[in-house]
Design a protein around this ligand. Sequence first.
Ligand code: GSH
Length: 221
Amino acid sequence: MAEGTLYIGTRRYSSWSLRGWLAVRLAGLDVAETVIPLAGGETAAVKAATQGATVPYLEHRGARLWESLAICEYCAEADPALWPGDRPARAWARAIAAEMHAGFRALRQAMPMSLFRDAAGAGRTPGSLADIARIELLWAQTRAQYGAGGPYLFGAAFTNADIMFAPVVCRFLTYQPELSAVSRAYCEAVRGHMLIAEWYRLAAAEPADWFLPAYETAIGG
Ligand SMILES: N[C@@H](CCC(=O)N[C@@H](CS)C(=O)NCC(=O)O)C(=O)O
């Protein structure tokens, strides 16, 4: 019998759910998964099942967590390798994870996560481009200072910082903004991670009646 439940939303759209799911899977928590089809905001079933009216929501051995960053921290208690071992690196990882959690609204609005949408070239607004520039700077600085030894932000281990940025990678793969070589290599590495591949596979198998037209319309150009 599982030790709890992780509630997530439609995989093809739910960027925050991806973060919670990655953390739980990487930490190896023994939880059942409940996927709630999202309605595009204020989903009644999400409100009924969760503490904060949002997914991801985790119940585990008496603990109840909403907010993806809190779930990441909780999972790092079970598996400390979810943060870098070196103290300054860990501090930097926490700072960029928090910046991601709290910001980049223009990017989120202009390029909502939609894994299979035909949208290359779309979503380039002044705000989203400014967010992308900031993200690229963070990735380049992090890779240059801490990334030796592997393809992820802090090298060989896929940490909570990578988890927080994983849905950004998904957005970049869908909307294909112009990116530096460093960013493109990082996106490729994240997309190649076993769990990201699994997430895309499961998302591709979701039923068509979960699709939200506003998130699926082809906006390529
Ligand atoms: N700050 C929250 C954001 C969670 C969030 O906004 N989740 C969206 C789905 S990606 C949601 O549940 N929206 C309500 C709904 O669609 O009913 C977190 O970090 O987990």
